[in-house]
Write a protein that binds this ligand. Structure first.
Ligand SMILES: [Zn+2]
Length: 253
């Protein structure tokens, strides 16, 4: 029963994250007012606000104007529900304690928002990374799953990694958002796990980049939303911890 409840909780959080992403982009207050249809501005009633289900009951169209509703809604809701559940199951298996589970859920919320926003708009917003950095410092120092020194060195080294690219390329390879994102990864995971997350992000970026090039869905000049890969790499390491690094090292021993 509890896992189902956690999944539904995740769906609802995903629903809230969607609203936050759309409203931040449109410059509307996240806290105030009812949600409206993106096209006809009709306020959305409670029965059409059920995560995932409403989208399918409405067949992906607004009840009033019949315009298409973004797939982002059900996809983000479902993914958030699934990730919340996965981290809960890890807790249930004794992999982490309750405080770390709550920390991971909060980190997930930020990382999902950063992922979706960068995917849609090719921007890693300071409005997401800066609060996430503050929350990461407070939670990690309070719960201390990562030594403070590892957090600080992780933030400095990962941030500098992108800052150097930013300076060398005059801002053409990476943007300022990537620098903050690098520091954020260090503050969430610490130095060693942060570096593995970075490695996974580049690996994923290379694989998907090649697939897009080969399928001619992207050219060499197509901008890539690298923040999405960084967010995925961070979520993977948040979940698996030291396991990927140990697996990798065991290949050579
Ligand atoms: Zn409408």
């Amino acid at each position: 029963m509890l896992p189902l409840f956690i999944f539904i909780l995740g769906l609802c959080i995903g629903s809230f994250l969607n609203v936050a992403i759309f409203r931040v982009h449109d410059g509307i207050s996240v806290a105030k007012g009812r949600s409206r249809c993106q096209t006809c501005e009709e306020p959305i009633t409670a029965r059409d606000l059920i995560p995932v289900l409403s989208f399918f009951i409405l067949r992906g169209r607004c009840r009033k104007c019949k315009n298409v509703i973004s797939w982002q809604y059900p996809l983000v809701e479902f993914s958030t529900g699934l990730l919340f559940l996965l981290f809960y199951l890890k807790f249930e298996q004794g992999g982490i304690d309750l405080l770390t589970l709550v920390r991971d859920w909060i980190f997930l919320g930020f990382l999902i928002v950063i992922f979706v926003y960068d995917f849609r708009h090719l921007f890693i917003l300071d409005r997401f990374t800066v609060p996430a950095m503050i929350v990461a410092i407070i939670l990690n120092l309070w719960i201390s799953p990562v030594p403070a020194l590892s957090l600080i060195s992780g933030a400095i080294i990962l941030g500098s990694f992108f800052y150097l690219q930013f300076v060398i390329s005059n801002g053409t390879w990476v943007g300022g958002g990537d620098v903050r994102m690098g520091a954020l990864i260090g503050l969430m995971l610490g130095l060693s796990q942060g570096l593995v997350a970075l490695f996974i992000a580049y690996l994923l970026g290379a694989i998907i980049g090649v697939i897009l090039l080969l399928s001619k869905r992207a050219g060499r000049k197509t901008p890539i939303a690298f923040g999405t890969f960084l967010a995925v790499g961070t979520i993977v390491i948040l979940f698996f911890g030291d396991v990927p690094l140990q697996l990798y090292l065991s290949l050579f021993v």
